[in-house]
Design a protein around this ligand. Structure first.
Ligand SMILES: [Zn+2]
Length: 82
């Protein structure tokens, strides 16, 4: 599985910053960059629906919404395999 460079970031970088990303702890510009990656990346697209759902919720409510345990576990395993 390729560690795709999309929107200026790699999947591994997305993973590294994912929890801060989903917690809304990153700068807006960085958040948008990671978001652009997840939306365009085929690898991240596999679990992108789950991530995007969390992001949509975050955008709508402004409240960090932790991913369900099974989703974050699957996501971490998927990205570890990159
Ligand atoms: Zn990716």
């Amino acid at each position: 599985m390729p560690d795709s460079l999309i929107a200026g970031v790699r999947c591994s970088e997305v993973l590294a910053e994912l929890s801060d990303f989903l917690d809304g702890q990153l700068e807006m510009a960085r958040t948008e960059t990671l978001q652009a990656h997840v939306i365009k990346c085929d690898a991240c697209e596999r679990f992108g629906a789950d991530v995007r759902a969390a992001l949509d919720l975050l955008r709508e409510t402004g409240t960090p919404e932790p991913l369900p345990d099974d989703v974050s576990k699957r996501l971490a395993e998927c990205l570890r395999a990159l």
